[in-house]
Design a protein around this ligand. Structure first.
Ligand SMILES: [Zn+2]
Length: 215
């Protein structure tokens, strides 16, 4: 109950000090949203993109799931929650950027690396199996699922999700027309760095430096 009481108190403070302010972004947002960027992030409680990137309400359209996975385009009768959010972001909101935000110490990637994905849970295993080819490539390179290999898989997973975005025909069309840009980012919460995949170097490079050292 302590959590719930704190959340209610938090909402009161949000409403009084932010929502009801004369210059609150909600004055305009009540009428509708027009975010320029979509973010695909992990459900992990430490990786809320609005907090990490200090976004205002209305700035980013977000979908979160276990291990920030974008599955490939499929036109079957399944329930495609992630793909429907992507469809809304791209076709209706017409976002100009999609960021896939991977992160360090990802429990989903850890499960993928250390166990048969099918054994990870009733739904989790099948979901993680989207990234099985990435895991197999990383394990073939590193030999064992140690910390370095898990980090490599977290980064390679974000990149694979970006490549899977290109399997959606209406995304490929907008990217090729220069109307949409795709980004693979990585939040390293151990050092406090934000990295981005650069095609020129074929590696993740820092967008923002580590936490400043205290003098
Ligand atoms: Zn995660």
């Amino acid at each position: 109950m302590r959590d719930i009481q704190r959340f209610i108190a938090g909402f009161r403070s949000f409403r009084n000090e932010y929502f009801c302010r004369e210059d609150s972004p909600f004055c305009k947002l009540r009428e509708g949203q027009n975010p320029g960027t979509m973010v695909v992030a992990c459900s992990d409680s430490r990786t809320d993109p609005s907090i990490i990137m200090q976004c205002e309400p209305g700035e980013i359209f977000v979908v979160r799931n276990v291990a920030n996975i974008v599955p490939p385009y499929e036109s079957d009768t399944g329930f495609h929650g992630v793909s429907s959010a992507i469809e809304y972001g791209v076709k209706h909101l017409r976002v100009a950027n999609i960021i896939v935000l991977g992160h360090s110490s990802c429990g989903g990637v850890d499960a993928l690396m250390h166990a048969d994905p099918a054994a990870a849970g009733e739904f989790i295993g099948r979901w993680l199996s989207v990234m099985k080819p990435v895991r197999d490539e990383v394990l073939a390179h590193f030999g064992s699922p140690d910390k370095k290999a898990c980090t490599a898989c977290e980064m390679a997973g974000a990149l694979r999700s970006v490549r899977n975005l290109m399997t959606f025909p209406w995304i490929a069309e907008r990217v090729n027309a220069g109307e949409l840009t795709l980004h693979a980012w990585y939040f390293d919460m151990e050092t406090g760095r934000l990295l981005s995949y650069l095609p020129q170097t074929k590696s993740f490079e820092p967008l923002a430096s580590p936490c400043p050292k205290e003098e």
